[in-house]
Design a protein around this ligand. Structure first.
Ligand SMILES: NC(=O)N[C@@H](CC(=O)O)C(=O)O
Ligand SMILES: [Zn+2]
Ligand SMILES: [Zn+2]
Length: 343
């Protein structure tokens, strides 16, 4: 008899779908396993207003494969110019959250916020209307080592935000350190974190020992093994403060394997299977449903999905490459064998 597990259908609380010709690939892959996804606004130019978010949502919806239930949840990108009125309009249009990219922190973050004080009126408005704040939590000053940027963000920015806006709901996204897991676990109600599959499965040795492997390069960068262990503990702990956000971020093959390669791992193709792998290694498959399907909607105040997905224990090998609008895209763990398969 094949072993199998059935879970409430999961959602992805942080994904990059990009735009244009990429959408057929990214939306199809996401919709294969997730019912809803929080869609990151770091397009070029960024999704900064309600109007842009609604137009982007239509472009995404047009690529949902027939017969799939998939709901893109939209986010606007905070800039130094985002004011309370922009927030009011976005909230009225059904935009679920606003995203803070410290300027220069990651892919397409050049229009991000240069000083958090510039968006205090916007944050005030978000707190009063109930819009969530999503954070790429890294400082960007050149004196701070890339491996310390998340930790310093907690000390310099996040602790203050959490106190200055005591009822603002905040998601510290794609956390990568023990410091972040502890901060969120001990923080007030209304502060949560997403964790990617790649930060559960890998650490910086996978990226740097025996040759440099650009497909593991993402931001925040993979950390030491002890941080990975802390993330695994947090994700499999059953704490509702930690939930699934793949941060699946496609970059064409030639932009990853390059002398100055882009940051981002494409995990959407097999995301739930990658998470199942990580949870099984820890002997905590029973905790996957809470993390993948329950705690996200609970945090956002949305209903949990009612239908289910089934994973069977059946080894399968990820393809070496995928097509993304005519460009080659290498999925994370390309050519590797996973033990769980979504049916
Ligand atoms: N995670 C990444 O390494 N890259 C993301 C941006 C982000 O989420 O920081 C991307 O858009 O490519
Ligand atoms: Zn990010
Ligand atoms: Zn991201």
């Amino acid at each position: 008899m094949t072993e199998q597990i059935t879970l409430r259908a999961p959602d992805d609380w942080h994904i990059h779908l990009r735009d244009g010709a990429a959408l057929a690939r990214t939306v199809g892959d996401a919709a294969r396993q997730f019912h809803r996804a929080i869609v990151m606004p770091n397009l070029v130019p960024p999704v900064t207003t309600a109007e842009k978010a609604l137009a982007y949502r239509e472009r995404i919806r047009a690529q949902i494969p027939a017969g799939r239930a998939f709901e893109p949840l939209m986010v606007i990108y905070l800039t130094d110019k985002t004011d309370a009125e922009v927030i009011r309009q976005a909230h009225a249009a059904g935009v679920i959250a606003a995203k803070l990219y410290p300027a220069g922190a990651t892919t397409n973050s050049d229009s991000g916020v240069t000083d958090i004080a510039n968006i205090y009126p916007a944050l005030e408005e978000m707190q009063s209307c109930g819009m969530k704040l999503l954070l790429h939590g890294e400082v960007t000053t050149s004196d701070i080592d890339i491996f310390d940027r998340e930790q310093v963000f907690i000390e310099k920015t996040l602790s203050r935000l959490v106190d200055d806006f005591p009822t603002l709901k905040i998601v510290f996204e794609h956390i990568t350190t023990t410091n972040a897991a502890e901060f969120v676990q001990n923080a007030r109600e209304g502060v949560a974190a997403t964790i990617t599959a790649h930060h559960l499965l890998y650490n910086r040795n996978h990226m740097l020992v025996g040759g440099i492997r650009p497909h593991f390069y993402c931001l925040p960068i993979l950390k030491r093994g002890d941080h990975q262990t802390a993330l695994i503990e947090a994700a499999t702990s059953g704490s509702p403060k930690f939930f699934l956000g793949t941060d699946s971020a496609p970059h064409a093959h030639h932009k990853k394997e390059h002398e100055c390669g882009c940051a981002g791992c494409y995990t959407a193709y097999s995301a739930i299977e990658l998470y199942a792998e990580a949870f099984e290694r820890e002997g905590k498959l029973d905790k996957l449903e809470g993390f993948a399907s329950n705690f996200g909607p609970d945090f956002y105040g949305l209903p949990r999905n009612e239908d289910t997905i089934t994973l069977v224990k059946q080894p399968w090998t990820l393809p070496e490459g995928l097509d993304m609008g005519g460009e080659k895209l290498i999925p994370l763990a390309a050519g590797e064998t996973l033990s769980w398969k979504l049916v």
